[in-house]
Design a protein around this ligand. Structure first.
Ligand code: TXA
Ligand code: MG
Length: 327
């Protein structure tokens, strides 16, 4: 059983940072989803992330840092366009993949010669990173705080529900309320001449092209296309992922007794269990994962989701739903 901290004072965060430095795990809120953090330079602590999540060891982790000044610590090669992205969107829901420095061990990168780096936009995450840096820490490795293949948690309670039985007494869960964005960061491969999206998120194609002045390769937004999994292992790119226990079915009329998630304007028939009625696409992303979790809490067999159309964050929502529905 881990410690659950709902009062994240500066003192509590300094304590959590010290706890990380001594090799324990700290789950913390970010603007996207909750992360399960470990000292990114401590091989044993990072190994515990994999065992708590039951995640295959060759899936790389994202290193979280407090500002873009830390890029040089972790990345060996930072292209001009990556600096422009970092300036425009950090802190924020974006992860940049770059050639790794010597600091990024195989135990963080899954043995690849690249590393994922992100500056999260959340007061508690940034406070934790700052306190961690003040005591000599260089980065916090953190995947989403769920068991492998499950829906990412967007509340501290969801983290506790997922992981409590696998965490130890010294590990901690920091409660920062519900996440603002609700789906994981946009992952951008910055190892080529132009950026390439590996996982869509709140930082969109249009935003990336405007920031860099480059036309980008967007494998995620092209229907039917997929990233080369031989070259880059992105666990979120596995066919089945982000899935609740309930069966997820897309874009058909819900029947009585089934869960239903759709924009507020879409009516559901009698006996349908309305799990969420978001007013906008941003709202849809924010509530999606907790609505999928609610289906399991209520023991529903099936959840029908009517997907939002169009660009922007809707691309990320459809990407996650496609995988949630794949079983
Ligand atoms: O929003 C987020 O990104 C959240 C919060 C906690 O920051 N984190 C997150 O981590 O979603 P995770 O581990 O659940 O998903 C990160 C994805 C994984 O699919 C991983 O394979 C990929 O990023 N990744 C990490 N480093 C990589 C690398 N060097 N090359 C390719 N993919 C990488
Ligand atoms: Mg994940």
């Amino acid at each position: 059983m881990s410690q659950f901290l709902s009062n994240c004072s500066a003192r509590a965060m300094a304590g959590a940072a010290a706890n990380l430095l001594s090799g324990n795990l700290v789950a913390f809120p970010t603007e996207t989803v909750y992360g399960l953090g470990a000292d990114a330079c401590n091989a044993d602590a990072v190994a515990r992330i994999y065992s708590v999540k039951a995640r295959p060891a060759d899936h790389p982790l994202i290193v979280h840092v407090g500002s873009m000044d830390a890029l040089g610590d972790w990345a060996a090669d930072v292209p001009e366009y990556a600096i422009s992205l970092a300036r425009d969107f950090w802190p924020g829901p974006m992860t940049l993949i770059m050639k790794r420095s010597a600091l990024a061990g195989d135990f963080v990168t899954g043995g690849q010669d690249t590393v994922g780096i992100r500056v999260p936009d959340h007061a508690i995450a940034l406070g934790l990173l700052l306190s961690f840096a003040q005591i000599g820490g260089t980065g916090i490795a953190a995947p989403s705080a769920n068991r492998f293949g499950n829906v990412s948690p967007t509340t501290a309670q969801a983290v506790a529900d997922e992981l409590s039985e696998y965490l130890s007494d010294a590990d901690q869960i920091l409660d920062g309320g519900a996440c603002e964005v609700g789906v994981e960061s946009t992952i951008i491969d910055c190892t080529g001449d132009v950026p390439r999206i590996l996982r869509p998120g709140a930082v969109t194609v249009v935003m990336i092209e405007e920031s860099t002045g480059l036309r980008i390769r967007d494998s995620a937004a092209v229907p039917g296309a997929s990233v080369d999994e031989e070259v880059i292992r992105v666990s979120g790119s596995l066919d089945s992922h982000y899935a609740p226990v309930a069966k997820v079915v897309l874009d058909r009329a819900p029947r009585p007794g089934e869960g239903f998630i759709a924009l507020a304007g879409v009516m559901a028939g009698r006996g349908v269990v309305r799990l969420a009625a978001p007013e906008s696409h941003d709202d849809f992303a924010r509530v999606l994962y907790s609505a999928l979790r609610a289906a399991d809490v209520q023991g529903l067999d099936t959840v029908v989701v009517e997907q939002p159309s169009g660009d922007g964050i809707a691309v990320a929502i459809r990407d996650r739903l496609k995988r949630a529905a794949h079983k």
